[in-house]
Design a protein around this ligand. Structure first.
Ligand SMILES: Cc1ncc(COP(=O)(O)O)c(C=O)c1O
Length: 376
C-alpha cells in the first residue's frame, strides 16, 4: 500500500519513467520533473492552470500563494465553444471566475481562430484586464478536432500568454503517421493535460499533467513542513510538491504495463486502426441517405446525425436529442450525444482497437432502427 507522494521506492521511480514515456509518445518536451500522473484530465487541468495563474500573477508583481487574487486586475483566459467543461471548472475553482473565460469564435471547422484570439486579447488589454491563458485542444470532445497550434503558439509567445493544451482524448493521436501533421506545434505549449485512461486503454483513474517549466509547477504546489522533510529526496523532491495530492496512489504501474506490453509501435498501430475506422465510418455515414456527417473526421470521433425525411430543423434536433438513449436502450451498441453549434448530434468515439468494420455497420443499423422506433 505505497503512497507515491515521494521517497525512494519503486513506484516513484516508475512514475518518473512513465511520465517521461508519455511525453515522448506525444512529442512534448520533458525536463526532469516536468509532470505527474493525476486522477484524470480534470485534475491535470487544475494543476496546469494553477501554475499558469501563479506565473501571471507573479509577472504582475503579486504572489498568489501569499496574497490571493485580491488587488490584481481580472485574469482572463481564452477558450472556444468546443473546450471541455473541466477548463471552466478549473477556472472557477482557481478563483478566476468563469466570466473571465472568453469564448473565442471558431471557424467553420470548429478550430480556434488565431486572428479572433488576437482581437479578443487586445480588447481585454485595452479594458485594463490581464490576459494570461489560452486553452487549445488536441482533440475536442465533440468532434475530435485538433487546433492549429502553430499560429496560436506564435501569438501566445508574442503576448506572454500561457498556452495550455487539452489532449485528454486526442493527444495520443499524434502516434498515427496519417494524422500526426495535425499536431504540429503541440510541443510549444506551456502545459498539456491528457488521459492515458482514454486512448491508451489504461484502467481509470489515470490522467497526466505535463509542463514545460518545472519550476512553475513546483513553485505553485511545493510545501514541505518538517514532518514531510526528506533529506534523501534528491533535487526533484517529491511528487506531492508538483500537484494537489499528498498521499497518492500507484498509478504508474498500470501505465508501465500498458506501454511496456504494446510498445510504441503497437500503440501506434492500435491508434491508426481507430482513426482509419473512424474515417471509414465517416464514409459510411456520407453514403447513407438517412444520415448526415456534421464534421470532418480528424481523429477518431465521428459527429453525425439522423436526417429523417420530412422533418424541419427543430424536429430533427428533437429526434437526434433522443436518439443516443434510444440506441443505448436497444442494448447492442453504445453511442453518446452532444450539441454541436446549433445542432444535436450523435458522437461515435472509437478508442478500442478491437473494433471492426462490422461493428460500424451494426452501429449505423442500430441508429436507423432506433430512429424508426422514435418516428414510426
Ligand atoms: C477533451 C476532454 N477534456 C477533458 C476531459 C476530462 O477528463 P477526465 O474525465 O479524465 O477528468 C475529457 C473527458 O472526460 C475530454 O474528452
Amino acid at each position: 500500500n505505497p503512497s507515491s507522494a515521494g521517497g525512494d521506492h519503486a513506484d516513484v521511480h516508475l512514475e518518473r519513467a512513465v511520465v517521461r514515456w508519455i511525453a515522448e509518445l506525444v512529442g512534448f518536451p520533458h525536463p526532469a520533473g516536468g509532470g505527474l500522473l493525476t486522477s484524470g484530465t480534470s485534475m491535470a487541468t487544475i494543476v496546469c492552470l494553477a501554475a499558469a495563474r501563479n506565473r501571471a500573477a507573479r509577472l504582475a508583481g503579486r504572489d498568489v500563494r501569499e496574497d490571493g487574487l485580491a488587488g490584481l486586475p481580472p485574469l482572463v483566459g481564452y477558450v472556444t465553444g468546443e473546450t471541455h467543461s473541466c477548463v471552466r471548472k478549473a477556472a472557477e475553482l482557481l478563483g478566476l471566475g468563469s466570466r473571465h473565460l472568453r469564448t473565442v469564435a471558431t471557424g467553420p471547422d470548429g478550430l480556434l481562430d488565431a486572428a479572433e484570439l488576437r482581437s479578443a486579447v487586445e480588447r481585454d488589454r485595452a479594458d485594463g484586464l490581464l490576459p494570461f491563458l489560452v486553452v487549445a485542444s488536441a482533440g475536442t470532445v465533440g468532434t475530435g478536432a485538433v487546433d492549429a497550434f502553430g499560429p496560436i503558439a506564435d501569438l501566445c509567445e508574442e503576448q506572454g500568454l500561457w498556452l495550455h493544451v487539452d489532449g485528454a482524448y486526442g493527444a495520443f493521436g499524434r502516434l498515427d503517421p496519417a494524422i500526426a501533421h495535425r499536431y504540429a506545434g503541440l510541443e510549444r505549449a506551456d502545459s498539456l493535460a491528457l488521459d492515458p485512461h482514454k486512448w491508451l486503454g489504461v484502467p481509470v483513474d489515470c490522467g497526466c499533467a505535463l509542463v514545460r517549466d518545472t519550476d512553475e509547477l513546483r513553485g505553485t504546489f511545493s510545501l514541505v513542513p518538517s514532518y514531510l522533510r526528506d533529506e534523501a529526496a534528491g533535487s526533484l523532491g517529491w511528487f506531492s510538491e508538483y500537484g494537489t495530492e499528498q498521499t497518492r496512489p500507484f498509478r504508474a504501474l498500470k501505465v508501465w504495463a500498458t506501454i511496456a506490453h504494446r510498445g510504441r509501435t503497437g500503440l501506434a498501430r492500435d491508434i491508426a486502426h481507430c482513426t482509419a475506422l473512424a474515417r471509414r465510418l465517416g464514409e459510411l455515414v456520407e453514403a447513407d441517405g438517412e444520415l448526415e456527417l456534421l464534421a470532418e473526421v480528424q481523429t477518431s470521433i465521428v459527429a453525425f446525425r439522423h436526417r429523417a425525411p420530412g422533418l424541419d430543423e427543430a424536429a430533427l434536433d428533437a429526434l437526434n436529442r433522443e436518439l443516443p438513449v434510444a440506441v443505448q436502450r436497444r442494448g447492442r451498441v453504445f453511442v453518446t450525444g452532444a450539441r454541436l453549434g446549433e445542432r444535436e448530434m450523435l458522437r461515435a468515439c472509437l478508442l478500442n482497437a478491437a473494433t471492426t468494420e462490422e461493428d460500424l455497420r451494426l452501429l449505423l443499423d442500430e441508429v436507423k432502427a432506433a430512429a424508426r422506433e422514435l418516428q414510426p
